[in-house]
Ligand binder design. Sequence first.
Ligand SMILES: N[C@@H](CCC(=O)N[C@@H](CS)C(=O)NCC(=O)O)C(=O)O
Length: 214
Amino acid sequence: MNIVLYYAPNTCALAPYVTLTEANAPFEARALNFRKGQQNAAEYLKLNPKHKVPLLIVDGEPLTESIAIQLWISRNFPQAKLLPSDPWQELKAISILSWCASGIHPYLSRINSPPRVCDVAGTEASVVKQATHFIHEAYKIAEPMLAGREFFFDHFTAPDAHFFWCMRRSAQLGVDASAFPNCTAHFERTKARASVQKLLAWEKSVNEEFAKAA
Ligand SMILES: N[C@@H](CCC(=O)N[C@@H](CS)C(=O)NCC(=O)O)C(=O)O
């Protein structure tokens, strides 16, 4: 099986990179330089007309959308237990993945680029303020879910990787999460994993290559 993951630094493609690594899956990671708009290059648009990462290519077949990609990884590498084995718990995990992808991520995108949601002059600060409010609301909801436990379930699963990315991106975008100690502890715990450290080292080398080519 030939597996390729398209990635760009700082993006949510971090989550499948981490879970593929946790699963010991043989995969090739290909980095796109968003600063150069490589997600809009004609060749890439043929693979993913949505001009986004993550994009997984399995034996030449493209698969988009984080949740579908996580389900594919989990189903194809069952030994990694990337979703809980109990059917109800598995659905709860998919619920968290959906929440990260569609309940938290859109607010991160708004902070990253306010004009993409409202291009009326003078509204940027308001867009950021509102988005920050809803990200804080999400972290408040996550606090009891992580209370007294290492991960969302009884071991590391795909939702931990996706939530870690949300926390990382929000910190990069200046969102203060210090009022949410269980979330920040989960962030540090996840960051210490070998899979995440591997991703961070690889991302650093990608950024260095991009800087040289700039
Ligand atoms: N719903 C998609 C969202 C993917 C997404 O928004 N990716 C961003 C990076 S975090 C992206 O590639 N943006 C580039 C663009 O919109 O041009 C998923 O969950 O996979």
